[in-house]
Design a protein around this ligand. Structure first.
Ligand SMILES: Cc1ncc(C[n+]2csc(CCOP(=O)(O)OP(=O)(O)O)c2C)c(N)n1
Ligand SMILES: [Mg+2]
Length: 684
């Protein structure tokens, strides 16, 4: 068979596998895989530096399917290229990541081929995509990581990191705001290792894209500072190759390849239509499509002879050669630069360097104390010195968030100066979240920062971080109505409850400086999920730990900070963050009146829920039903801890613009209010 017809055979195999899997599942999108098969085939076969026998090779090119609804395209590629499964320990298995059986189980319970690609489930899936715009956002983080790794690891003659990041996206990705933010950031940073392939098929789910989308995308990207090129026919492999070469030859900016394509339908007469799609073709149309491809119309899940071999000879052989050459180079590198070399496997396993927690500050008791954003900044700076690959930044609020890394040599991550640790994301919270995810998937420990209220602008990315088990640190400051004069537009109320409701998101709101240190320790040791750290703008006391329970209790989510004599309280006061001080002050007043109270500091519901029943009972004894919670946020959920007889002091509005002391008074965040609630519960 000629090379050309072999290529065509492979492309049609990708198409028909996708068609058959969608048909069998009776749900999913066959059209995009059909249209994009030649685009992705050419990329993988000729350009993608990828070794299917080791999908975890650190210097592999990254391929991100941002159009996650086209998941069968990716599963077909992983299957045909023979990509292996990697187990939880990072060891490559003999087993395929996506076997034919998995393709047949597309979208079924427990399969490795869910409706949209999930990176924690399927080896070779670089990131979890589906919510449009996120994948391209992640790809910017991966490209940032690539540039950072190159700048920090490469040595003359040793290009240890020089991978490229490719992302396939569609009209939806181009319409989503996060995509625009991410493109703007990538263009600004001149990320020449980044290539987006835009499937310009001029159709979305409801109908022609022209119903809702008519801007000049190419001009927009030129404006962002991208290199833009176009392929007029998605089926022309030569011009596709040429476009990829243009990307590889562009050394100063990211590249957008606009590929004019036709979404796949069954019958040929529909190929120029922009009909609604996004459903299985149906048996009749499946046959028409197969006929059109010159395929045996009744064959299902057919991989014709020669197809696997073609992939092995293409992406497989090239990837294996490149990987072997890299291994040899890396072995030499390890001899010359052992300290740097030992970092790589550690980073890959999400381990921390020895001594990662040395020199962490222990804050002395201080009645005036400091804002938790302040102690956060101090702790973060120590951690970043101990962990050389802790990299991140803020969305233009670093000075307020106190997340600037200020130690000598911390440096900035600027265009063409990619060595620094401080990334300036600009006012782009959503792209920051998506990029932080991409960085965390690409060897780094990443952090982001903004005001807590603007977590709303990042929530989709945070949700995906939790789903895909990416250990990102989401740092937030200005965590309540405590922001004062900025008013309700800046005062988060429902955000705490919402992140507590998010599976696998670990949220901590520490109640003094030493709890901040402990919260960071928890966050850094987390390898399979993100952590949301919530800090105050305003100062709070640093408790005297010789008098009160140790801050190490943070690791258990909730602990007894101050107790009634003999450990038998009549009432429990539960606080988090800046309200913990009110519990302590109330406890002292109650004590003076002979009322036996206990203060429970509860920085993390998520951690507390992981404790055993005996520990929970030791902190919140079932027998003590008089309980008061206080938190400057929505009370939703606190009834779980105060019980049916307890009292919740919280926020029931969006706050107000006023000096802090007036707000505290108006909304009742004062010790006397806690005292009154406790006494009322006790009938005193
Ligand atoms: C954030 C988000 N909104 C909506 C959807 C639902 N959705 C899935 S595919 C699709 C159409 C997107 O059009 P396009 O990117 O052009 O893909 P094509 O239909 O051409 O494959 C939509 C709206 C989604 N996946 N993510
Ligand atoms: Mg489209």
């Amino acid at each position: 068979m000629s090379q050309q017809s072999l290529d065509q055979l492979c492309i049609n195999t990708i198409r028909t596998l996708s068609i058959d899997a969608v048909q069998q599942a009776n749900s999913g999108h066959p059209g995009a895989p059909m249209g994009l098969a030649p685009v992705v085939y050419t990329l993988w076969q000729e350009f993608l530096r990828y070794d299917p026998t080791d999908p975890a090779w650190p210097n592999r090119d990254r391929f991100v399917l941002s159009a996650g609804h086209a998941s069968m395209l990716l599963y077909s590629m992983l299957h045909l290229a023979g990509v292996r499964k990697v187990n939880e320990k990072g060891e490559v298995q003999k087993e395929l990541s996506v076997s034919m059986d998995e393709i047949k189980r597309f979208r079924q319970l427990g399969s490795r081929t869910p409706g949209h690609p999930e990176s924690h489930l399927t080896s070779g899936v670089e990131t979890t995509t589906g919510p449009l715009g996120q994948g391209i956002g992640n790809s910017v983080g991966m490209a940032i990581a690539g540039k950072w790794l190159a700048a920090n690891f490469n040595q003359p003659g040793y290009e240890i990191f020089d991978f490229n990041v490719y992302s396939v996206c569609g009209d939806g990705d181009m319409m989503e705001g996060v995509g625009g933010e991410a493109a703007s950031l990538a263009g600004h940073l001149g990320l020449a290792n980044l290539c987006w392939i835009y499937d310009n098929n001029r159709v979305t789910l409801d109908g022609p894209a022209s119903w809702s989308f008519s801007e000049d995308v190419m001009t927009r990207f030129v404006g962002y500072g991208w290199n833009v090129t176009r392929v007029a026919d998605a089926n022309n492999l030569l011009t596709l190759s040429r476009a990829y070469k243009t990307f590889l030859n562009t050394k100063d900016k990211p590249t957008l390849i606009v590929v004019d394509s036709h979404i796949g339908y069954g019958s040929p007469h529909k190929q120029d239509s922009y009909e609604a799609h996004g459903e299985p073709l149906g048996e009749a149309e499946v046959k028409l499509a197969k006929e059109n491809y010159g395929w045996p119309v009744d064959a299902k899940f057919l991989v014709p002879d020669g197809v696997y071999k073609q992939f092995q000879d293409g992406v497989g052989a090239r990837g294996s050669n490149e990987h072997n050459a890299w291994n040899a180079k890396f072995a030499e590198y390890a001899k010359k630069f052992p300290e740097l070399a030992t970092r790589v496997p550690k980073m890959q396993k999400r381990e921390l360097p020895d001594g990662w927690d040395k020199n962490l500050p222990a804050f002395p008791p201080d009645a005036k104390g400091m804002a938790t954003r302040e102690s956060s900044g101090k702790v973060l700076n120590v951690l970043a010195q101990n962990i050389p690959w802790l990299v991140g930044g803020s969305a233009d609020l670093a000075k307020s968030n106190k997340t600037n890394l200020t130690f000598p040599d911390a440096g900035d991550f600027f265009t063409n100066e990619y060595q620094g640790r401080n990334i300036h994301f600009g006012v782009r919270e959503h792209a920051m979240g998506a990029a932080a995810n991409g960085m965390a998937l690409t060897l780094l420990r990443s952090f982001s920062a903004t005001f807590f209220n603007f977590s709303d602008y990042m929530r989709p990315s945070m949700r995906l971080a939790a789903l895909m088990e990416a250990p990102v640190l989401f740092i937030f400051t200005h965590d309540s109505i405590g922001v004062g004069e900025d008013g309700p537009t800046h005062q988060p109320v429902e955000q705490l409850a919402s992140f507590r409701a998010m599976p696998n998101m670990m949220l901590l709101r520490p109640g003094d400086a030493n709890e901040v240190t402990e919260a960071y320790k928890v966050a850094l040791q987390r390898t399979h999920g993100p952590t949301t750290l919530v800090f105050s703008r305003q100062a709070i006391p640093t408790f005297d730990r010789t008098k009160f329970g140790p801050a190490s209790g943070v690791a258990k989510g909730a602990y007894v900070l101050a107790d009634a004599e003999g450990g038998k309280p009549d009432v429990i006061l539960i606080g988090t963050g800046t309200e913990l001080q009110h519990c302590v002050a109330a406890w002292e007043k109650l004590k003076a009146e002979g009322i036996k109270a206990r203060v429970v500091s509860m920085p993390s519901w998520d951690l507390f829920e992981k404790q055993d029943a005996a520990y929970k009972e030791s902190v919140l004894p079932a027998a003590v039903t008089a309980r008061v919670s206080i938190e400057m946020a929505a009370t939703l959920g606190w009834d779980r801890y105060v019980g049916p007889k307890g009292t919740m002091i919280g926020m029931h509005s969006f706050g107000a613009s006023a000096p802090l002391k007036d707000l505290l008074k108006k909304f009742g965040f004062e010790p006397d209010n806690v005292v009154a609630a406790a006494k009322k519960l006790l009938g005193k």
